[in-house]
Write a protein that binds this ligand. Structure first.
Ligand SMILES: [Mg+2]
Length: 275
């Protein structure tokens, strides 16, 4: 019996091959065979909500996860016999940052910024406001203004931005300050008694950067953009975590390093002879 590992992976364009690059035939099957082993605890860490996550699991025939960290880290669900169970402790913890306010109460603070276009209501959750921002809009000057405004209102926010390369638009998520993919993973690690040696994360884009640059052993799949690769490396170095970032290049088992092939390549790098 191997010692347990916690495998956390982003979905879109990390495990799910819905980017521009090719997926290596057979890689997703090998990934599924690996995560179905008893010693692997699998967590999906995604910007999707729980229903869209379940939809992706069906559409792409993904392995059933033990946990879903959904809504960019603002909700955590455990898979139980009777369905998905929301982690109340996590909800209680993150809501303190917004001083009793939820999405609809925070929204008016941003109404003056006409460049921020609210995403569909189905993408909004109590602790996640999601906006579109055109790629040519200056986000560097906008974000400090959002921080300042909310601070005045007693609301501590975190801004996560990533680029949807398929639709050429910037996605801006406003979360409670203490909620992010990284925070949620660390909460789960602590709850399940995993540590930095037996936890591995895989991602591909802007909303994965904080985890990629953290001390958590992280994999950037080969299909990630060159910009993200550069940013992830820079941020990791700045925070002294360059030993816990691995960029898949392809070559493992003849695979191309994209999507699930990159995840396998990274697991083999961090924990040799495990696969
Ligand atoms: Mg992704």
């Amino acid at each position: 019996m191997r010692s347990p590992i916690l495998l956390c992976t982003d979905l879109d364009r990390t495990l799910i091959p819905n980017g521009k690059q090719e997926e290596s035939p057979g890689a997703r099957k090998q990934f599924a065979d690996f995560v179905n082993k008893d010693f692997v605890t699998l967590a999906y860490v995604t910007g999707r909500d729980k229903d869209l996550t379940r939809q992706a699991v069906d559409t792409y025939r993904l392995p059933k996860p033990d946990y879903i960290i959904a809504d960019v880290g603002t909700s955590i669900y455990a898979t139980t016999d009777s369905g998905l169970a929301l982690d109340d402790e996590w909800q209680q913890q993150i809501k303190t940052d917004w001083a009793g306010k939820i999405n609809q109460d925070v929204r008016p603070l941003f109404a003056q910024f006409k460049t921020l276009v609210l995403q569909e209501e189905s993408r909004q959750t109590p602790y996640k406001l999601s906006y579109y921002l055109a790629l040519d809009c200056p986000h560097q000057s906008l974000f400090p203004q959002l921080h300042a405004l909310t601070k005045k209102a007693g609301v501590a926010i975190r801004i996560i931005d990533s680029i949807d390369e398929i639709n050429n638009i910037r996605l801006v998520d406003i979360l409670p300050q203490g909620a992010s993919k990284r925070h949620a993973i660390e909460f789960l690690m602590s709850k399940l008694a995993f540590d930095l040696h037996n936890t591995v994360f895989a991602g591909d884009s802007g909303n994965d950067l904080q985890v990629l640059a953290s001390p958590i052993q992280s994999i950037l799949v080969a299909n990630a953009s060159v910009d993200i690769q550069k940013m992830a490396l820079e941020k990791s170095k700045l925070s002294g975590n360059e030993d816990s970032i691995f960029i898949a290049k392809g070559g493992y088992q003849g695979f191309n390093g994209n999507y699930s092939a990159g995840i396998l390549e990274g697991i083999d790098y961090y924990i040799p002879n495990l696969l």
